[in-house]
Every structure is written in C-alpha cells, then in structure tokens.
Design a protein around this ligand. Sequence first.
Ligand code: PLP
Length: 408
Amino acid sequence: MFLVLAKLMTTSHQMPVFSPLPVAFARGQGASLWDVNGRKYLDALAGIAVCGLGHAHPRITSALCDQAAKLLHTSNWYEVPLQAQLADELCSLAGMDNVFFCNSGAEANEAAIKLARLYGHQRKILTPGIIVTEGSFHGRTLATLSATGNRKIQAGFEPLVQGFYRVPYNDAASVAQVGERNQDVVAVLVEPITGEGGIVVPDAGYLRELRRICDERGWLLMFDEIQTGMGRTGRWFACQHEGVTPDVMTLAKGLGNGVPIGACLARGTAAGVFQAGNHGSTFSGNPLVCRVALEVLDILRSEQLDRRAAELGTRMLDGLRQELASVPGVKDIRGKGLMLAVELDRPCKELMRLALDAGLLINVTSERVVRLLPPLIISDAEADEIVRMVGWLTRDFLASAPARGAAS
Ligand code: PLP
C-alpha cells in the first residue's frame, strides 16, 4: 500500500518517459540499498555504471559536504581552480591535453560532435561527416540520438541531425570504405565496448585499426568512454587495453559517482579546435562537481580500483560461465572488468523485476542481454552472491518463459 502511494506521489506530475520498477530507495551503503520499507537489495547496476564507488562513500560524502559549505557555483566568467585541477588530473590519466566540462554524457558527446564539425570547417570542409556504428548509444539530445545506432531512439524525432555515416560495429574495413566514398568525413565516433547496445566487446585490434585509419586520413578518432571509463573495464579507460589514445574522449557516469558531470577531452590538433565563444554551459565544471570528481579520482587511484575491477570481472565471468554456460537458452556470456553480459535467446526484460523481487538490482539491455555493472568496491562475497543469484534467476526464467521470438 505504502509503495503504491509512493509511486503515485512520485509519478503523477512527471513526464512518463521512464517506466520505473515498483520500488523507491531511501538509503544506500556500499553495494547495498534499502527501500522505503527497510528491505535490503544488492546493487549490481550502480545507477547504470554511475556509482562506481558504491553508495554513501564516506570520502565522497565528506568532500560534498565540505565543498557545499564553501562554494557551489560561480560561473565560468571567473577562474575555477578546482576545474583546472580536475582537467590536469584527467589529462594526465588519459594522455589528453585539455577538457571541456559539462553535465551529462549526452552533453559530452554533443561537445565532441561540435568539435569534429568545427575541425572540418577549419579545414574548409563545408559538410563535415562523422562515422558512427550500428548498435551504438550516444545520448538523447538531437545530435547524439542521430549519432546513436538504434532506430527506436530516433523514431518520432525526425528530421534527424545530418552528417552521420553508419557502419557495422567491430568492422574497421567498413570505416575505411565509407571514407573512400565520402570526402567530407572528418571523424569516427565509437564506444570501445558497447553499453546500451548489449556489451559487445570488439575483436582485439579493432581500436588500433581505427587509430591507423584515422591517422592516415587526418580524421579525429573519438571514443565515447561514458560507460566504459573510470576503471569499469579494468583499466582507467577501455581504450587503454589496446594502448590506443584517441583525439577526443568523452566521459560522464562514474566520473561524479552520482553528481552530474560530463567531460569532453581532446588531444593534439583536436585540443586547439575550440576557442573562446565556440561552446559553453552555465554549470560547466562548477566547484561542487569538480571537487567530488577529484575525490573520485583520488579514491580510484589510491584503492587501485581499476585493477580490482579487472580481478572481480574475471572472477564473475568465470562464475557466470560455471553457472550458465551449458544452460539451454543462454547464447553468450561476455564482458570486460565489471561490464558483464549474459545474452539469452529470448526477450528477458522480466528478469529485472524477478531479480528485484529476489533482492537484486540488475538490468536488461537490447531486449535479450542481462547487464551487470556493479560498483567497483564490491567484496568477493558480494560478487559471488551476484553470480549465484543471476545464475538461479536466469535458469528459473528460462525454464518458465517460452522462447517467444527466440532466434533460431
Ligand atoms: N554514451 C554512452 C556510451 C552511454 O552509455 C550513455 C548513457 O547511457 C550516454 C552516452 C548518454 O549519457 P547521459 O545519459 O548521461 O546523457
């Protein structure tokens, strides 16, 4: 009854763009959440790869409170030393030269897209094009949904932003071919591992080959690390698994552990594209979000959570394979670090609610892919518990749900 009331109260004047599960959380601690009725849940989603340090991390809470008591916002009409410090630290971690801060992933990609277009215009290309991939997700603003490789996200919002060429993911040869046919290409934008598109890990060498193609043609290589960044895949940034540095990198999600911050990083020529007046945002890199993001970086670094994510990822992947590899209906089990997927042969959104009923938070993306993005601070025991629960929930689901529309 209380839950129903809470739901009515929280949704009545909200635009119905989300369809939340019937639960409201009152507090969190580490990888645990408690709902308004005091029931405990194990969080294997971390707010969709946002709360890498878990909930109510004492150092984040104290940085947030300390900064809130000093200064929240001044605007970029004045210098913001915390922003400069955050930019320095991010650049040194990512091998980049400068940063534009914003408030979300979509805004970070929007900045990257604008940067690529301006780069083109500075080279006298009047209709600069950007190569993007099928199955990608880059955000919900007009430009980023146009870049996104999912018709469902675009439908109804036509006319889309022009200037994107789409190629299959994990197919560098197609990227080169599009470039041969179109002289106006200036950049390639890809996720190093797709997130919303079902945790597709490309073949080793794909990112390196993209780097080579871009170098040969003077294109900008732009990596959307919004979901893969900040230690999640076992390195600070997923492109580091292949030793590839892009010209432009976008970040958000785990950078703020829950405070809204995005970042568009640039290197080399790309770092000289934006000049005063080319781009901006009122909230861009205000003292509060920068202070928290600096604390996030410090915790990730001092606790070596990238390494821990790699270790936990191997443990969980092995565990999931033991639990599910031979189960009929399970098509694939994959991932890198703490970005893990169990792909089924049938739609399985229902599993999110079944898991919730069992006290576990998971996600289903691309209709058939169970996605796990737990906080990087989970214990071995919590990792094992997630694996065990996903194992029995998936087996039960497959045994009871007809393989409607199952791929042959
Ligand atoms: N890019 C990627 C790879 C994402 O996973 C997301 C969000 O899921 C976005 C961009 C958009 O970020 P936001 O929802 O913060 O706008």
